[in-house]
Design a protein. Structure first.
Length: 264
C-alpha cells in the first residue's frame, strides 16, 4: 500500500532564529516559519492532517495567510466538504481552525490532547496562548455530535497509516506515519518545527514538557529511515526540497524523493 502525501503551505511568519530554539540561538539570523496542512491519498481515500487557521486568526495574531486552506486543498484536488477523516495533531490555533470546512469528517484526536486543552493547564496563560478557545469549543461540540474518534497512544487509522503519540510541545501531540513508495514518511507536525530542532536536539520554545519533547524527538527518528523521511511542521525547506505539483504554487509531494541535498 503506497500513499501520496501533499504538504500545502497556507501561511507565513517572518522571524529570527533565536525565537525558534529553547534557550535562544547565538546568531539572530532570518528563520521564518511556514504554516502547512497535509493531505494523504490512497485508493480514493483522503485523509486531511490538520486544518490550519483562517483570515480572522491570521490578522489577530499577525500572521500572513498566503492562501485560505480551502483553496490550498482544492489545489491538491481535495473538496473539504467530502472529506471523511481529519487527523488533528494537536489543537494549537494554527492546526485546529476552519471548523466549518469539514462538515462530514470524523476527527481523530489523542485523549491526552483533549484533556490538556480543556483542563487545568489552560489556566496558565503561558500554556493557553497558542490555543484559540473557539477551536477547542468546536472540538468539544464535535464530541457531543459523535464526530470525534479518540486515540490513546499509537493507533492504526487504515492500512499504511498510523498515529503516534509524541508529547512535549503539547501533551497530546501526535504524528502520522504513512507508507509510501520511498518507505515510511512521518508527518511530524510540531514534534519538530524545523529539521534543525531534530539536528540540534533542541526544543522549539513552546514546550509543555521538555523531557517528553526530547524523548519524542528520539522516537520520531526511530519511526523513519532517515531525516528525509521526517516532515517537520513549519520548515520552509519542505517547500523548497520536494517536487511541486505541476502548475500549482505552495503544494509539494513529500511522498516523492527530495530534489535537493539531504536534510542532514
Ligand atoms: Zn504549529
Amino acid at each position: 500500500m503506497t500513499h501520496q502525501i501533499y504538504a500545502i503551505r497556507y501561511g507565513h511568519l517572518e522571524r529570527t532564529s533565536e525565537h525558534n530554539f529553547l534557550g535562544g540561538d547565538d546568531h539572530a539570523t532570518p528563520m521564518p516559519l511556514d504554516y502547512y496542512v497535509w493531505v494523504i491519498k490512497a485508493d480514493g481515500r483522503v485523509i486531511v492532517v490538520d486544518t490550519g487557521f483562517d483570515a480572522v486568526a491570521a490578522q489577530r495574531r499577525g500572521r500572513t495567510l498566503i492562501r485560505p486552506v480551502a483553496e490550498g486543498l482544492a489545489a491538491a484536488g481535495v473538496e473539504p466538504g467530502e472529506v471523511r477523516d481529519v487527523v488533528i495533531t494537536h489543537l494549537h490555533y494554527d492546526h485546529a481552525g476552519n471548523a466549518a470546512l469539514f462538515p462530514r469528517a470524523q476527527f481523530h484526536v489523542q485523549d491526552a490532547e483533549m484533556a490538556y486543552c480543556t483542563g487545568r493547564a489552560m489556566t496558565h496563560r503561558h500554556l493557553s496562548a497558542p490555543f484559540d478557545a473557539e477551536n477547542v469549543a468546536d472540538m468539544v461540540r464535535r464530541v457531543f455530535d459523535g464526530r470525534v474518534e479518540f486515540h490513546a497512544g499509537d493507533a492504526q487509522l487504515c492500512a499504511g497509516v498510523t498515529l503516534h503519540h509524541l508529547p512535549g510541545h503539547t501533551l497530546g501531540l501526535q504524528a502520522v506515519r504513512v507508507a509510501t513508495a520511498r518507505g515510511p514518511v512521518v508527518l511530524a507536525s510540531d514534534v519538530a518545527h524545523f529539521w534543525a530542532n531534530l539536528e540540534r536536539e533542541t526544543p522549539f520554545p513552546i514546550v509543555a514538557d521538555v523531557p517528553a519533547y526530547l524523548d519524542s524527538l528520539r522516537a520520531l527518528r526511530r519511526l523513519a529511515p532517515s531525516l528525509d523521511h521526517i516532515i517537520p511542521g513549519h520548515d520552509p525547506a519542505v517547500l523548497a526540497r520536494f517536487p511541486r505539483m505541476p502548475g500549482v504554487a505552495d503544494v509539494v509531494r513529500v511522498d516523492l524523493t527530495p530534489l535537493s541535498g539531504a536534510a542532514a
